[in-house]
Ligand binder design. Structure first.
Ligand SMILES: Cc1ncc(COP(=O)(O)O)c(C=O)c1O
Length: 420
């Protein structure tokens, strides 16, 4: 087995997504004859709205208070501050109607670290971990790097219809067979989903929890995008509690909703024994989450829930992203392809480009300076697709349209618009 550093030297672990991001680095763009300032990127999995002003004010208040600032220079408990846990319980209750208990929560540096730590807690070498196909592209790499486990994928995307499989009965029967055959110890998926923007349907989650429970398998739902919901109602499982569903693990992050990407924290809800084991793993990995972000977030949540400003903020931001999602879909339909997923939440849509996504993305970047992400890195079902993110351009519809106008010229020339 090669050391990881050697594998990188040999290019073994270079994922298609990382390749495109390397290709789109400013130095490389210049080498390709492109002006980095003129490039339009639909690749970034990040949000671009402002953090709540009240949150900024909390940082200011802490920085101004000499004693408080000194206190935030101390380690917090390994599993996070009890004050923030209490605030997060209120947040989940008031924003999503979900009940949680302090003993079922651990706060981590971010949800990426918590997912990685969860693998260490739930999986033994040789165990299987199940993902949906397609899935967030970071999961396979985390699994590959973190644990000596086999990844198995359950297909949920209908390439013909270019949508989440909608034959409920068949999906459940196939899922049951898949779980009984593969016997994974953990199923992990995000909802709203990265990359398709789909909300994993209630019927599937309900049944999946039942089937997996019978087969000694946990279900971890990654709620990184749970405040970005464009359907009339949120899914029912947003309110499921780990007290009622013993094999459920809920993974949360403040990266997206309060634009906390660079100030982020994650938290996880699960059975108390899992939380205790995670605490030990977390001690080894990060020792504890950042104190200043925990204190600031707890203060902000407590005040924002009380005066209603937090719910107002979340609703306003949700409307902004909903509007950008609708505009993006108009542009995709008008300029690129009628086959795309309608975002029900989150930041993304996937588009059928009728040819290998890697080649499409490389060609379009070279000719137009527009960057997409090839779909294959998210799963086989999207190999002829691309992922489009509207997060960074949420307030720049003119740029969204300009990007598609540029692409339309090249797409027409190559006649790669499948149009079916
Ligand atoms: C589905 C999903 N989960 C988790 C993350 C990262 O979360 P965090 O910033 O808390 O590590 C992302 C980021 O793009 C994501 O798309």
């Amino acid at each position: 087995m090669l050391k990881l550093a050697d594998q990188f030297k040999d290019g073994v672990t270079s994922s298609p997504i990382r390749r495109i991001m390397e290709m789109a680095s400013p130095d490389n763009l210049v080498k390709m004859g492109l002006d980095p300032n003129d490039v339009i990127s639909f690749a970034g999995g990040w949000v671009n709205h402002e953090a709540p002003e009240e949150l900024r004010q909390e940082y200011i208040a802490i920085a101004k208070d000499r004693d408080l600032f000194h206190k935030t220079g101390a380690y917090s408990p390994s599993d996070g501050s009890p004050e923030l846990k209490k605030a997060l319980i209120d947040f989940n209750q008031q924003i999503f109607g979900a009940a949680s208990k302090e003993e079922n929560i651990i706060i981590g540096a971010n949800s990426t670290q918590l997912a990685y730590s969860l693998f260490k807690v739930l999986l033994n070498p040789g165990d299987k971990i199940a993902l949906l196909d397609p899935a967030y592209a970071n999961y396979p790499e985390q699994i590959e790097m973190g644990v000596n486990c086999q990844m198995v994928c359950f297909p949920v995307f209908d390439e013909e219809k270019w949508a989440f499989v909608n034959d409920e009965q068949k999906l459940i029967t196939d899922f049951e067979q898949f779980i009984e055959k593969e016997k994974p110890k953990l199923l992990l998926f995000s909802s709203p989903d990265n990359p398709t923007g789909t909300m994993v349907p209630d019927f599937f989650v309900k049944k999946a929890l039942e089937i997996t429970l019978k087969n000694d398998c946990f279900v971890a739902i990654d709620f990184a995008y749970n405040t970005f919901v464009y359907t009339t109602d949120q899914p029912e499982y947003f309110t499921y509690s780990v007290a009622d569903y013993p094999n459920l693990v809920k993974l949360y992050s403040n990266s997206k909703w309060c634009r906390g990407l660079g100030r982020r924290l994650g938290w996880l809800e699960a059975d108390e024994n899992i939380i205790q084991a995670l605490k030990v793993v977390q001690q080894c990995v990060v020792l504890c989450p950042d104190t200043i972000h925990q204190l600031t977030l707890a203060n902000y949540i407590n005040k924002g829930l009380k005066d209603g400003s937090l719910a107002t903020y979340i609703n306003r931001i949700n409307e902004d992203y909903k509007s950008a999602a609708a505009f993006l879909c108009e542009c995709i339909n008008k300029y690129l392809s009628p086959r795309f997923t309608l975002p029900q939440g989150g930041l993304y849509s996937v588009v059928d480009v009728g040819m290998n996504g890697d080649e499409f993305v490389e060609n379009v970047l070279k000719k137009t300076g527009v960057i997409f992400v090839p779909g294959g890195g998210f799963g086989d079902s999207l190999k002829n697709g691309i992922r489009i993110s509207f997060g960074p351009l949420v307030y720049d519809k003119a740029k969204i349209e300009e990007g598609f106008q540029r692409v339309a010229k090249v797409v027409k020339k190559l006649s790669i618009n499948s149009g079916s």
